[in-house]
Write a protein that binds this ligand. Sequence first.
Ligand SMILES: NC(=O)C1=CN([C@@H]2O[C@H](COP(=O)(O)OP(=O)(O)OC[C@H]3O[C@@H](n4cnc5c(N)ncnc54)[C@H](O)[C@@H]3O)[C@@H](O)[C@H]2O)C=CC1
Length: 402
Amino acid sequence: MLTQAQRDIVKSCVPALKAHGLALTRNFYTRMFEGNPELKHLFNMSHQASGEQQQALAMAVLGYAQNIDDPSVLAPVIGVITAKHVSMGIRAEHYPIVGHHLLAAIGEVMGEAATAEVLDAWAAAYGQLADLLIAAEQALYTQAASVPGGWSGWRPFHVQQVVRESSEIVSFYLKPTDAGALPPFQPGQFVSVRIVDAEGMARIRQYSLSDAPHQEHLRLTVKREDGHGDAPSGRVSTMLHVDVAEGDVIELSFPQGHFVVDQQKATPLVLLSGGVGITPMLGMLGHVTRQQPERTIHFAHAARNREVHAMNDWLRAMAARHERLDVEIYYENVGVHDVAGVHYDKHGRMDAAQIAANDRLADADYYVCGPRGFMTTQIDALKQAGIPDTRIHAEFFGAALA
Ligand SMILES: NC(=O)C1=CN([C@@H]2O[C@H](COP(=O)(O)OP(=O)(O)OC[C@H]3O[C@@H](n4cnc5c(N)ncnc54)[C@H](O)[C@@H]3O)[C@@H](O)[C@H]2O)C=CC1
């Protein structure tokens, strides 16, 4: 039980966390991977190399310390963390290991300031957070195993079909090897893929499901991530593109995530995507046009150019079939053979404020997914256009909390 005195101690560490949070989380990950190298496969080591994961954890620890009096403020963040943990297979037994290395890191980074009282307070605070996460995660595991077609842990899937969608994007149609039913997930949710690489190390990554739920297959649509500059190439994405073929088996976790459409509402939907951020939007679009055909949808997508632009034919066919659906494609670079109204609609980058000014879209909920710069630009534009936060939903791939 965390006492008020311990809460006060944790809060008193906020300035130190602001100054040294990153040193702390770097120290923590180094210790943990040295002490428990078996946990490496649970982490995206590219996010470790880029520092993104350390930054994300530093922000999380700081956020927790700042809100220790009322952790309910953190509920949305906790929802994101638990969904990701469950999709990766994090279990109760992992928490004491993390706690052990985190306390050792606090001790080392804070030096003399880390008195016995300070360390006790952090141990109690960590214990409280761990209990909360373990309970929430157990509830998600239980739910995943209890729905029809559901499962907990890893389920093997055959790659039934591989379809090239653009010069850098490929879809994988997946059927469970047990030939059992598929679950009623919510479009916009993601799964983890687990593949064993050439060195025998299991790698885990999250990908949005890119099709509406039905009994035929699950579909993932993946961009090949070639490294450039400081950014390494995407390990699992490259394996999927290069090594995985029809007939192969990959393992999936049960779908998770909160980037989903509220189908209790009938108000318009605006789906804004950039590049491979189109993937969750495809499932949402397929599902909502089927389940709520009367609902107005504005589907705006930005791509660099026609070569990398995925799913255009499908989108145009959907727009032709659904009167209440508008599709609007932006190309940054228009080629001489690109035809306005066929391949793209607008030249340049998307401006969400212009879209939000459309009277037909009053009271709409906005869903945003794309590269980081795209997302911040569109979210800022929507906020400036007066759209309240409650109607802006975003999906960050990667170490989301950063
Ligand atoms: N939700 C997420 O966190 C997502 C992250 N990504 C990451 O972003 C990287 C690039 O993804 P690609 O599919 O190649 O997208 P991309 O780099 O081709 O960008 C797609 C379009 O988004 C717009 N855009 C890009 N940067 C922008 C900025 N700073 N401001 C305004 N608009 C911008 C442009 O119109 C561009 O054509 C991926 O490698 C992936 O790691 C991609 C999609 C979703």
